[in-house]
Design a protein around this ligand. Sequence first.
Ligand code: CTP
Ligand code: MG
Length: 600
Amino acid sequence: MFVLFQTVINTGKHYSFRKILNAPLPSCKCLLNRNISDAPKKFITFDEVVAQRRAEAQRSLVVQVNSESSFNELYGYCSRYASINGIHHYKNNGGEHFMLIEFASEDNLKDILRSCGSHHKDLDVMALQSPFLWFRAVANKKEKFTVPETQLINKDGTLPVNEDTLFEQLSHCKTVSDQIQVLYEHTMLNDLGVRLRYMVARQLETIMESLYANMAVRPFGSSVNGFGKMGCDLDLVLTNELTQEMTDPNKRLVYQEKKCEGGRSPWQRHMELMGELIELRVPGATRVQRILNARVPIVKYAHELSGVDCDLCYSNMSGVYMSELLWLYGSLDPRVRPLTFVIRRWAQTVGLTNPHPGRWITNFPLTLMVLFFLQQKTKDGFVLPPLKFMSKIATKDDIRIAEDYVNCTFVRDLNRLPPESYGQSQSNLQTLLLQFFEFYSQFDFQDKAISINEGAPVRKPNNLPLYIVNPIEQALNVSRNVSFEECERLKMEVRNAAWQLESCTEGDRTDDWGLLGLIEKRTTRGLKKLLRVGNSHRLVSVKDLFNEEDTSDKRLSKKSDKESAKVAQTVKVEKKEQKIKFKNTTIANEVYRIRRDKIV
Ligand code: CTP
Ligand code: MG
């Protein structure tokens, strides 16, 4: 796996890819160093983005502060010891404030930790180092700091967009294509979200690296595949593969190793240990759950300091390559990600997907359905090539073999694709969305399987209700969990959506116009309609209605009373759950909590 994280050779020239590429990681500067003679490239590779993100994390720290106004002091203090690239601010779910500081180099970070890193003497815990720290207030003396040369890069940078604001904006868009683009730009995982996810991975690496040689913790799934939205979970994989250099037969001093003994699989034993270590040694990790009897054993935990929920598994490189594949498809044409976002959002709204595992479709197979649709030849051509074409033009540098000899070889450098092999269709997002619903309204789910390898329907090898070929392990069906009822619901919902979209884009602009009818929950929409005041078209937030004082309109009909009561109850339950969650986490972390007045 050394190929994946080869270091980028520093030859001096900074090369900004951001404008060229329809980057999935919006503010990723991707400043990679290239030879002066290098011609500008249209696409960068996944490996380059990952290397960039890992390098950023290696020179970054997350520091808990009292509030965003701690910026001047933190900047002043740290810049005495090291140069700073930038500081981002965010709040976690408990309302605590944090700053992610990116230093100019990893050496800078080491310097700063050597000069200013300390432990809290009073706490009855065993000291440990990780990139998550807090900024101590100085008792009795006020230090003077020069005014920072830069400003905070962002304030409250992980706050998801307010739904009412989003819908207001969508209602002002001129076209459905604009709506899809706005939805994408406002809900996609932003730069800080990505940085934090790499910090969480880095934290595990720094804590575990003395236990495993060449250990790496890599984010995969929606955090890195370009289809992640704000607040998405973080899938992590732990690998400790040996490089060629580490296994050089000419080196004569060979490490004694520890073999994993006992009846159970070594992965299970290691994951069990991970669970223990995460619980005991990882600052910020709470609610650790071990799911060790699954085909792929995982440890789930909530990372409170970053507000990210994590799923850690062991040695699952095929998942990483799958993420790379999705990332490549998303990079190939600027319509792929916005279209996938709206479809994932629609599926969530109509209840086709659900955050809990079950007999329904999940985001990953749904994304494959979108890619498959984009591979179809419409009147004006296709958008994406089949995977078999991407494999055909792969070179020896593209060879990747995952566990169990699973072949994950496909072209990595998209610049090598002939221009006529993608982006042929000129249809806008609105047309593509409608075509997606129409395509699956007519799809023969009974006899056909969806295969992005072929880019065309293939015969189903069994009679499972929904068959979506796993692009990397083609003998597997990624939607084997989907029940007959859920598949029927999928067919019905695509038909409804096609009808809804068609009827809502013709004629006058109503409240349901365009996307609004597709991605706003029907109950919420019905209620909002009732709550509209005069012609002002200002929406009243449903939650506002159920504040302490009862502001509900007594004139609402019986039906709306019922609906309001239902929503009120849901809101109450939500509030209660939030409260309970907060209480639990407070208790769980009591021993680690630093008194507010001690933090700057
Ligand atoms: N994956 C896979 N085969 C499957 C399921 C998942 O290879 N049968 C890989 C994919 O790379 C997927 C990742 O595991 O992206 C994580 O799966 P999951 O969390 O279910 O999907 P995400 O793409 O991360 O979407 P979400 O935002 O819903 O978490
Ligand atoms: Mg995921």
